[in-house]
Design a protein around this ligand. Structure first.
Ligand SMILES: C[S@@+](CC[C@H](N)C(=O)[O-])C[C@H]1O[C@@H](n2cnc3c(N)ncnc32)[C@H](O)[C@@H]1O
Length: 385
């Protein structure tokens, strides 16, 4: 297909655009191999790793953009430039899926009358459009005081505002638009169950976490399911479960999952998704943190761990895991990571705790950038010997 964009070379969204795509993939493998070597491990797994590619662009079903206005009021809606000195106004962005591109084009004709804001645009699997707006309190108040923009865009999309992701409620005029008290959880994303990969909804707020696009998320789910299938595990502890991207497929494969996350809203979404998918009986969702000293105890009795941590990685969880009595430790660990430095650092800590890196697979969900999602399998070698 090839990649072309009129903003290539300026926009910070695609810093690797000048590198042929095959070379980009080679760089991503090499970056992980180097990080592993720096952590004192063999990088061979990474240099030979299989990487699933779904195309050189057009994979995103959500995008985060900045809105700024020039002193004369001219808006710029886009991404920061490579030097991070100004926002590049993107009339179009080849990274967006066709449905998201259509929503982006429409929103550009109806921008909020504010000086600056952060916007997240989404298109759900069923086609509904969403907009999360994060902006200064004074600007939010102005939008509610003169609600033409809210009514106009609210007729085209669901709108959410602020760090607490509160929904904008538009009752018919003359009632004034208002903010709801709690986030509204709706099927903004999806996951895939069973051998026929049937799609089931994932519930969350518009501004909540999801993978950036449906097609790569489906490939990540397939890779994690395959990794677990090879372990034969029946009891899984999952850390960083979010609203269930991996939890629901693991549970639908007949495994029992204790699913842990710090985000109460995501856990509420997980409960809704599990109910809808008919797998609630297999999912035990719990609020918990990698930083909490007691979390490793939950691993006792599990056959496998699935972790999808934030960029900071697993931290003190790994030594705590290594301190558990050997017979009761999980024998397998599947690690999903978009941050090779943290993955490599944790791989070294896991090696010290008795877990060897057995296989690596990539899903290139961020083409034209140095980023990639890695799915790493670890085996508790000292435990099974
Ligand atoms: C990369 S996201 C993955 C979410 C989910 N697995 C998915 O694919 O959509 C990382 C998750 O880790 C959670 N998280 C962040 N810090 C955490 C911590 N200290 N302990 C446990 N989970 C944490 C976040 O709330 C988020 O849901």
């Amino acid at each position: 297909m090839g990649f072309s964009c009129q903003h290539a070379g300026t926009c910070g969204g695609c810093p690797s655009w000048a590198t042929p795509y095959d070379e980009q993939l080679a760089h991503k493998r090499r970056a992980l191999a180097d990080a592993l070597a720096e952590a004192g491990l063999d990088g061979a797994h990474a240099r030979d790793a299989r990487v699933t590619s779904l195309g050189e662009a057009g994979l995103r079903d959500r995008v985060d953009l900045a809105l700024v206005r020039e002193p004369d009021g001219t808006p710029r809606l886009g991404l920061w430039d490579l030097a991070r000195s100004h926002v590049v106004d993107l009339e179009a962005c080849p990274q967006l899926s066709p449905r998201l591109a259509a929503w982006h084009a429409e929103l550009r004709r109806h921008l909020p009358p504010v000086a600056r804001a952060s916007l997240r645009l989404r298109v759900a699997p069923d086609g509904r459009r969403g907009l999360w707006v994060d902006l200064a309190h004074v600007d939010a108040k102005a939008l509610f005081d003169a609600p033409t923009w809210l009514r106009d865009v609210g007729a085209r999309a669901a709108i959410e505002m602020g760090q607490r992701r509160k929904p904008v409620i538009l009752d018919p005029a003359p009632a004034r638009p208002r903010l709801g008290k709690e986030p509204v959880l709706a099927p903004w994303f999806a996951t895939w169950l069973g051998d026929d990969a049937r799609e089931t909804p994932l519930f969350g707020p518009i501004g909540g976490f999801s993978q950036p696009g449906l097609a790569p998320a489906r490939a990540i789910v397939a890779a994690v399911r395959a990794a677990l299938r090879d372990t034969g595990a029946s009891d899984v502890l999952e850390i960083g479960c979010g609203n269930g991207q991996l939890t629901l497929p693991i549970a639908a494969d007949g495994r029992r999952v204790v699913a842990v996350d710090t985000d109460a809203v995501a856990l509420a979404g997980l409960a809704m998704g599990a109910e809808r998918a008919g797998v609630s009986a297999h999912v035990d969702a719990r609020s918990g943190s990698l930083a909490a000293s007691g979390l490793a105890a939950l691993a006792m009795g599990a056959d496998a761990l699935v972790v999808d941590p934030p960029r900071s990685g697993l931290g003190a969880f790994v030594p705590a895991l290594g301190a558990l009595p050997r017979p009761s430790r999980p024998r397998h660990l599947v690690y999903v990571s978009c941050y090779p430095e943290a993955l490599a650092r944790d791989a070294a800590a896991l090696a010290a705790a008795g877990y060897d890196l057995a296989a690596l697979e990539g899903v290139d969900q961020f083409p034209q950038t140095p980023h990639i999602e890695w799915i790493a399998r670890f085996r508790g070698v000292l435990l099974t010997a």
